[in-house]
Design a protein around this ligand. Structure first.
Ligand code: GLA
Length: 738
């Protein structure tokens, strides 16, 4: 069944539908675009949601078109559910859009102008977005609203996919006048939910503690889930889900929303005085102001909205499929990703050719497939105070140059990867000495340092180009198979000498556009390179980055126990193929915790796998274990990276965690169980699998035992042999009995 968009001319109702969902809007008698419904699919709409008017104190009324006539006092913009709100014309809730005119006014009044329906899904220019590979995958509706005084149009774009429970939205502002305006706030989407009990799930965190699941009731007031750091940040991921109190992992309604954007974002949620909830999502209005000259346009980032009535796992699956199939691009998006060894936690910047070769030799011996040379190979970088911006090799660290290490790695049968931090500049760098103005800064003010470095002004195309030229010099000369793109601080003194005073509110967004431009050019020029995003671990884990780079370093925290939560939380919105996870040494460098190689392996193998330690320091017994881990991962890699990931037991709620990977054809199952702390009288959890074929039998080859699919899903399995130890894990593989 296709994605359908119908327009009922008489009722002026738009109905977007596919097998899973319906989305309804109506143009009302005042030309306002009212939101009617977003939820489970219905066949047809018959007026059940006509907004019941009522005269309410202190809520203004829309003036009548006939001068002198009393307005309808039962109609107020303050209460009706709107698709996209303006500002200061009687709706006192959070505004979806604020536009400042030359005369200082910030009033905006949107009225319906027209619509068009397009097969497929048009691309957004200069911004990452979800896409289609053929036009029958989706249908798009453009609704044009206009403010007749400003002569500005807002084109609201809705795309509905045919076989996914997904709607995407974005907005284009078109200035049809010759006046110059300032966009002070331009949301990508707004949804006004009618009264209902809603809770919000968000993913707050910090460096080395990313994407922790938080769920709270929405009460009166305004909640802002946002980043003001210039990147999407460790601190608040650009994702939320709205759910009902009884929604669980496996049942109930959920509305998942994520912004395809890597800069300052804002998800604001407010409950009004009759308990309706408004959600506004887009670029953060914090220090944002975009000069829109006569006849110019502004395109917002895209929002992806998922609906389900089958619980959070189903919401996540829909995101996972869309993100890996129609956001990620390039030849690696479905490729099995290589097992990596990264030298960072093994050597930091203190390495020479001998050390690197010994890591590579050992990696080759155990079956690792790629060696990644991390920070410290360029300029004269021995610590984090120098050389960012000088992307040429540190000659004295290499016997035969960087190319020598790349060749050696290849001779040993491994791929070669390299670390870059392209957006940064060190005070102690040739680039800074030549171009001190390249760093973001405000005249006459000191520059704030963070990790001893400054941020390049990527709002200036010539700076983006300087870095591009430096990088291609390395990439054209040295055979590089993979790049880890890091970003290790947030923005301060956000001002640019290339723009007028009136445009300084554009710099945060222009920075992101400059970043996308650079990533886009490089990805296009080097389609064979596997690119990995990183920002002090998972500080820029978003769908915008995924459009360019198919995987991201999930966290600098490699502790197995901490990673249970980080990976579990990340999976709410992002697919496993996007999440890299490595085994590091014990005690762990971030938490000081001791854990077995086994549990470190089981956690790291639940993502895109690798190692980040000195294999030379492991005893022979552990080297054997490493070889087994690698063998196991290679065998099941496809299932892990591209199967359905099912969350079964949450480490946020219990002293345990469980998850499973189930192949699309439901024939292969990998079940991971984790027990966190040992107890004197331990509870013994049961795991009930989900998503198997109830009428088929599954065999566990390791024990030759056979279980029914219905049995595994209803009776379930006890977790472990109960052990008196902290941090225990087990992995069980089942396959359908033929
Ligand atoms: C960041 C990354 C680490 C490592 C260091 C190098 O913190 O997340 O993995 O690459 O930078 O400086």
């Amino acid at each position: 069944m296709a994605a359908e968009i119908t327009y009922d001319k008489q009722k002026q109702v738009f109905h977007l539908s596919n097998p899973f969902l319906s989305y309804l809007m109506q143009v009302d008698e005042h030309g306002l675009l009212q939101h009617l419904y977003f939820g489970k699919r219905i066949r047809n709409y018959h007026d059940g949601r006509s907004y019941p008017g009522r005269d309410r104190g202190f809520s203004g009324n829309v003036p009548s078109a006939n001068l002198g006539e009393q307005p309808d006092r039962t109609y107020s913009k303050d209460l009706i559910l709107q698709e996209y709100s303006g500002n200061q014309t009687g709706d006192y809730r959070e505004a979806g859009s604020i536009i400042r005119s030359d005369n200082g006014s910030v009033t905006v009044d949107w009225r319906y102008k027209g619509y068009e329906i397009i097969e497929g899904k048009p691309s957004l220019t200069k911004l990452p977005h979800s896409y289609v590979e053929s036009n029958d995958e989706a249908t798009t509706l453009n609704i044009t609203l206009e403010d007749t005084v400003l002569k500005v149009e807002a084109v609201l774009t809705y795309t509905i996919y045919a076989d996914r429970s997904v709607i995407t939205r974005s907005v284009k502002m078109i200035n049809k006048s010759s006046a110059t305006y300032y966009l002070e706030k331009i949301a990508s989407t707004q949804i006004d939910f009618p009264k209902q009990d809603l809770e919000v799930i968000s993913l707050p965190g910090a460096h080395v503690r990313e994407r922790q699941i938080e769920r709270q009731k929405i009460k009166h007031g305004t909640y802002r889930f946002e980043s003001r750091r210039g990147t999407s940040s460790h601190h608040m991921n650009p994702f939320i889900a709205l759910v009902h109190p009884d929604t669980t992992e496996h049942q109930g309604e959920a509305f998942g929303v994520q912004l395809v954007y890597s800069g300052n974002h804002l998800f604001s949620l407010s409950k009004d005085y009759i308990d309706q909830t408004r959600l506004i999502v887009g670029i953060n209005d914090y220090n944002f102001s975009w000069q829109l000259k006569g006849n110019a346009e502004f395109q917002t980032p895209e929002v992806i909205m998922v609906y389900t009535d089958n619980g959070l796992n189903d919401m996540s699956h829909t995101f996972h499929h869309l993100l890996r199939e129609r956001v990620a691009r390039g030849k690696h998006k479905f490729a099995e990703r290589p097992i990596v060894i990264n030298n960072w936690e093994a050597t930091f910047m203190d390495f020479d050719t001998k050390k690197l070769k010994s890591i590579i030799d050992k990696a080759a011996e155990v079956g690792v497939e790629m060696f990644v040379l991390d920070d410290g190979w360029f300029g004269h970088r021995d610590d984090d105070t120098s050389s960012l911006g000088d992307w040429y090799e540190y000659k004295s660290k290499f016997e035969n140059g960087l190319g020598g290490i790349a060749d050696y790695t290849h001779e040993k049968g491994l791929k070669f990867g390299l670390w870059f931090e392209p957006e940064m500049i060190s005070r102690d760098s040739d680039l800074f000495r030549q171009h001190p103005d390249f760093a973001l800064q405000v005249p006459n003010r000191e520059l704030t340092l963070s990790r001893s470095q400054y941020v390049l002004d990527f709002s200036r195309p010539e700076i983006v180009d300087t870095i591009y030229q430096q990088m291609i010099k390395i990439l054209d000369r040295i055979p590089i198979d993979y790049i880890k793109w890091d970003m290790n601080r947030h923005l301060t003194e956000v001002w640019s000498n290339a723009y007028s005073p009136a445009q300084q509110g554009e710099i945060y967004h222009r920075y992101v556009l400059g970043l996308y431009e650079l990533m886009g050019r490089l990805v296009e020029r080097y389609p064979n390179i596997l690119w990995e995003g990183c920002s002090g671990g998972g500080g820029r884990f978003d769908a915008g980055i995924l459009y360019y780079f198919p995987q991201t370093w999930t966290s600098d925290n490699t502790d197995a126990v901490a990673r249970l939560k980080i990976q579990y939380g990340t999976s709410l919105a992002y697919p496993i193929s996007n999440m890299t996870s490595h085994i590091s040494e014990s005690p762990n460098q971030q938490t000081g915790r001791n854990t077995s190689l086994a549990i470190r392996g089981d956690v790291a193998m639940s993502g895109v796998f690798g190692y980040e330690l000195n294999l030379d320091e492991l005893p022979e017994t552990e080297i054997e274990q490493v070889k087994q881990q690698i063998k196991f991962y290679k065998k099941h890699r496809k299932l892990i990276q591209y199967g359905n990931f099912v969350r079964l037991d949450s480490p946020f709620e219990h002293n345990s965690a469980s998850w499973a990977f189930i192949s699309e054809d439901q024939k292969h199952v990998l079940l991971f169980n984790f027990n966190i702390l040992s107890e004197a009288q331990p509870e013994i959890p049961i795991t009930k699998l989900k998503g198997l074929k109830p009428d088929k039998d599954y065999i566990e080859p390791a024990t030759s035992k056979v279980y029914g699919g219905d049995e595994l899903m209803n009776v379930g399995l006890y977790h472990f042999p109960v052990q008196q130890r902290d941090f225990v894990s087990s992995v069980r593989y089942f396959e359908e009995l033929q």
